[in-house]
Design a protein around this ligand. Structure first.
Ligand code: LLP
Length: 409
């Protein structure tokens, strides 16, 4: 994150010293840079300028209403995957005609809300779902615009748990099955196929799978002579979690997208999440205890895997940095762990880390995407606060959940 840097020994976010923020706020909490969010969105928009796509931010990556509002003011729409996310997007002031709804298991209530609110597109993922949308629309006497999500059977070369476009993944319909569905689409009088959609995975760092995906889509559209209003190309663009990660070349991809959009004469939709929000947030945590182990020492912090799941779920590596730098080093290996009663509640090991003491603070970095949104009440711990910094101002964008309310609910 460019807006996170040391001034002397102290870590700053935008114009604020994190040490000062910590004097007034109890850890653990999420802290975001609003200007980083704005810059990321504008950079994405600039790369695809020629195509002028509708950029529907994937709310699953971070569904904080204030963050959706910030993005909405810049012209973003939202990609939602549940009734809850849909209502959050509308609460944030996103117009329904900028909302797309993805997901393999939308239920009747959720579909009814989407139809009643007249969102731009429901991206349908099975023939049974199309049937249900048609049935609800008929009862409501409406004609509903749908997209169909395809599974192009492409390996996005990412972590197997976040790959979504291979034949063995549950998402979308295979090309063969879509073709057979398409033959009978006329019998569904209350839906209209306005779009195709595709999303092959997340944290993708190469443009090669994307180009293959464009080929598959383009060939199918040609073969069936589809006249589409929209082509929804999903999200998935990776970010650099460490020095080894090479950034994806979006410029090259944008040229291919632009060519296809011109040929098809349709509006392109993107659903980026991580690339907009991933590097904008940190998770601040206090060192509760330091304990000697037989093979390494444990630094026990007050954030747990319930607050931040990515390391436990995907073996994700997120750098942990001190709030105050010092030159003296700890000897041997230390491991940052959390308080949850699971061995997977750990955040990373380091050799010769700088000297740390109990009550010092650290920041887990690049946690803006799939951090807060994946958190839970596991071990009956309340959801933690979220703060947003803009220059030298702080906004409290989510209060820490009240422990008594959690216990009594
Ligand atoms: N569109 C659809 C239909 C999706 O399923 C996803 C993510 C996105 C867009 C946004 O993808 P992004 O641009 O953020 O890569 N929890 C995992 C990531 C799961 C992604 C699920 N789908 C993680 O923490 O890595």
């Amino acid at each position: 994150m460019q807006n996170l840097r040391y001034v002397g020994k102290n870590l700053f976010i935008e114009k604020l010293s994190i040490n000062n923020i910590l004097k007034r706020n109890k850890t653990p909490f999420y802290l975001y840079s609003e200007n980083q969010i704005i810059n990321n969105f504008l950079r994405f928009k600039e790369v695809f300028k020629k195509t002028n796509p509708l950029i529907c931010f994937a709310a699953k990556s971070n569904s904080n209403v204030s963050i959706l509002k910030t993005l909405g003011k810049l012209g973003a729409g939202t990609d939602v995957v549940s009734g809850g996310e849909l209502l959050k997007a509308l609460k944030a002031g996103i117009k329904p005609n900028k909302v797309v709804f993805s997901g393999v298991g939308k239920n009747e209530d959720e579909l009814r809300i989407a139809i009643n609110k007249k969102i731009l597109l429901i991206n349908c993922e099975s023939e049974s779902e199309a049937k249900l949308i048609d049935k609800i629309a008929r009862k409501l006497r409406k004609k509903v615009s749908i997209g169909f999500r395809l599974n192009p059977n492409i390996d996005a070369k990412t972590h197997q748990k976040i790959s979504t476009g291979k034949a063995e993944n549950k998402f979308g319909l295979s090309i063969k099955n879509f073709k057979s569905f398409y033959k009978s689409i006329k019998k569904y009088k209350n839906i209209k196929l306005d779009a195709l959609s595709v999303h092959i995975g997340s944290q993708i760092l190469s443009d090669v799978p994307y180009k293959k995906m464009l080929n598959v889509m383009s060939n199918l559209i040609k073969e069936l002579k589809l006249d589409l209003k929209f082509l929804d190309l999903g999200g998935g663009f990776g970010i650099r979690y460490n020095e080894k990660d090479k950034p994806i070349n979006l410029k090259k991809y944008s040229d291919s997208v632009n060519k296809l959009a011109k040929k098809l004469k349709c509006k392109i939709i993107f659903e980026p999440g991580r690339s907009i929000i991933g590097d904008t947030g940190i998770l601040l945590s206090k060192i509760q205890y330091i304990k000697k182990g037989a093979k390494k020492d444990f630094i026990i912090i007050d954030a747990g895997m319930n607050d931040f799941m990515r390391p436990a779920l995907y073996d994700a590596v997120h750098k942990i940095i001190p709030i105050r730098k010092s030159k003296s080093k700890l000897k041997g290996t230390i491991e940052f762990v959390g308080p949850i009663c699971e061995s997977t509640c750990k955040f990373g090991s380091y050799k010769n880390y700088q000297k740390m003491s109990e009550n010092d603070f650290v920041a887990i970095t690049n946690v803006g995407a799939y951090g807060s949104s994946l958190s839970s009440n596991y071990n009956s711990r309340p959801l933690i606060a979220e703060l947003l910094v803009n220059k030298n101002k702080i906004k409290y964008i989510r209060k820490k959940q009240d422990l008594l309310k959690l216990i009594n609910s």
